[in-house]
Design a protein around this ligand. Structure first.
Ligand code: ADP
Length: 597
């Protein structure tokens, strides 16, 4: 399997595992978030519940002493002995004063039959005086046990209240009565409503008697039995109010309560038993914020999860790119190394070929020299033949003159022989100069003298072809070079010119030497056929020749070019106006200072 395929599979595996784990992770974090929020809310609910319970207890407890205090009043005791006495007026006033001082809702006094003898609201239209409340448990309990308490809706006022009662004895001890204090719990309930929290109090029958939500008031939480309903009807606890079920639905974790707008909402129910027998205070914790918190936690975890996965993928991608870059760099380096090796190999090969080429060039120069030597040999043999014949003739005539004792004439003949042999010696010595190796260091060379020499060498051929030579050069023209090279250049150029004019009717070659641009310039012109313009660029290439096989090797101009270059000069060819060829060779001046140095 390819490496890239493997990494694709690995990446897919990460995504797959990530997606499979995600639902579990989200459910777990949501559940943890919910549990945490629930714990917090219940803890807070505990505190709020204690606060509400103590406010409720305080609202009632502060009146606990009051019924007993009323029963201890002497006038009250006397009134129980004489219910019809005018004392009732005093007690009414006393109860009214006590009510306004203690802020109780109402205070009243009943006889042993439950008939109201005096009341704090004696002056009001709904006065309790004359009413009988023996059906109320707080009356029967007080008569029976000395103390009673009860929550009920007032049958006279229609207002709810908590009734605290105490049995009273008359001064004579023959009669009994009951003192009652009605405590109004509505202000407490109003405070609860202002707090905008869900709190309510249920009584012994699980009927809600106080609630921060009006719609829950006087609703029973659990269904009431017939006995309970009978009791409620008998003691007229809720008077004309119709009791209805609360409509609560319970689940494992919370209960669903009806709301004012007809909808429902879920709550956790935190409860606390109150000191009033059978009474319970409930504090409801709404569950929707808990769910919101759970969703928020899961949402946060989801974001973190996505960030983590993205981070992992980003890191992997980055390392993959870094690896790819490293590999590319390594490949590039390897390529570079192999290129360098190739360059070294090629350079070595080139050097080898160059040295080979140089060797071949040297050999060619040598063979060209030999070819030139052949021509020179022919010219020399012709040149030497004549003086040799003349020497033989002078020698023979000298012998004859000697026999005749014509010594003066013999001397003249000997002089001529000496002149002719010195001329032959000159020719052979020139040949020696031509074949010797060129010195490594350029030396002063008189170009004019070299032209003389070469013309002498070619004289036989010039004469044979009947070529007219026009030579125009100064007596001396010093350039930097060496004799052999300069002579070879001249021989090549003049030989070519002679070849070119071989078929020309009136053959003519001109030689011109002039000083220019810090050097000497030689012009060799002929009136041969010249060359076509496209030929010119090939003239100095090796083995370029238009001559018949055996007549030209195409190396003369190539060697000339190399020799002139060696000496720091230049060579060019063109057709002159009259149609023949013109070669120009420029070589630098020989400087005396350099020589001195
Ligand atoms: P080769 O003389 O052996 O052919 P060269 O290098 O000396 O070799 O000359 C190359 C060619 O240049 C000749 O074959 C000829 O075609 C041309 N060439 C040289 N000199 C002249 C000239 N003076 N006139 C016409 N053509 C010439």
């Amino acid at each position: 399997m390819q490496k890239s395929d493997r990494s694709v599979w690995e990446m897919r595996r990460i995504w797959l595992v990530g997606f499979l784990l995600l639902p579990f992770l989200l459910v777990l974090t949501a559940w943890l978030g919910f549990s945490h929020a629930r714990e917090q809310a219940l803890q807070q609910a505990d505190e709020r519940l204690n606060l509400y319970a103590s406010s409720f207890e305080g609202a009632i407890n502060k009146y606990d002493y009051l019924p007993w205090m009323i029963t201890q009043t002497p006038d009250v005791k006397r009134l129980l002995d004489k219910p019809d006495s005018p004392l009732a007026d005093n007690i009414n006033a006393f109860l009214a004063r006590t009510r306004s001082t203690s802020l109780a809702d109402e205070i009243y006094l009943m006889d042993a039959q439950g008939q109201t003898l005096a009341s704090s609201n004696y002056q009001e239209a709904e006065s309790f005086i004359g009413n009988n409340y023996r059906f109320r448990p707080y009356f029967t309990d007080a008569i029976r046990s000395g103390h009673g308490e009860f929550f009920a809706i007032g049958t006279t006022t229609g207002l709810p209240g908590y009734f605290l009662s105490e049995r009273a004895s008359s001064q004579s001890g023959e009669h009994q009565g009951v003192a009652v204090v009605k405590v109004d719990l509505e202000p407490l309930q109003a405070d609860w409503q202002l707090a905008a929290e869900k709190v309510f109090v249920s009584d012994t029958n699980n009927i809600i008697v106080l609630s921060s939500q009006p719609q829950w008031k006087y609703r029973y939480i659990d269904a009431l039995s017939d006995n309970q309903l009978d009791d409620i009807r008998r003691n007229r606890q809720f008077d004309s109010i119709e009791l209805k079920p609360l409509g609560i639905k319970r689940s494992n974790y919370f209960q669903v309560m009806p709301e004012a707008d007809g909808k429902t909402a879920g709550y956790l129910n935190k409860t606390l038993e109150l000191s009033r027998p059978g009474w319970t205070i409930h504090y409801l914790v709404p569950v929707s914020p808990l769910y919101q918190f759970a969703f928020l936690t899961a949402g946060l975890v989801l974001i973190l999860y996505i960030l983590c996965i993205t981070g992992v993928l980003w890191m992997r991608e980055r390392s993959r790119r870094a690896q790819a870059a490293l590999k590319a760099e390594q490949r590039l380096r390897a390529l570079n190394d192999s290129l360098e090796d190739q360059v070294i190999d090629r350079t070595a090969e080139l050097e080898k070929r160059t040295s080979e080429l140089q060797r071949i060039q040297r050999e060619l120069v040598q063979s060209e020299k030999l070819a030139a030597l052949g021509i020179m040999a022919a010219g020399l043999s012709h040149e030497l033949n004549q003086p040799l014949t003349a020497v033989r003739t002078y020698a023979a005539s000298g012998r004859k003159l000697l026999t005749r004792a014509l010594y003066e004439q013999v001397d003249t003949a000997l002089d001529k022989i000496m002149t002719l042999t010195s001329r032959m010696s000159d020719i052979t010595s020139q040949l020696k100069v031509f074949v010797r190796q060129a010195p490594a260091q350029p030396q002063p060379v008189d170009w004019s003298a070299r032209i003389d020499f070469v013309l002498e060498m070619l004289e036989h051929r010039i004469n044979q072809q009947q070529v007219s030579i026009q030579a125009d050069y100064p007596p001396q023209a010093l350039i930097r070079g060496d004799d052999a090279r300069i002579e070879q250049v001249l021989v090549n150029l003049l030989s070519n010119a002679l070849d070119a004019v071989s078929s020309t009717p009136d053959p003519h070659v001109s030689i011109h030497l002039s000083e220019t641009n810090g050097g000497w310039q030689l012009q060799v012109e002929d009136n041969g056929p010249g060359f076509a313009p496209e030929q010119i660029k090939h003239l100095f290439e090796p083995f370029y020749s238009t001559k018949n096989v055996g007549q030209g090797m195409g190396l003369g101009l190539f060697i000339c070019y190399g020799l002139v270059q060696d000496l720091g000069g230049s060579i060019r060819a063109e057709c002159h106006a009259k149609g023949g060829a013109r070669f120009e060779v420029w070589l630098p001046l020989y400087e005396h200072k350099a020589t001195a140095a």
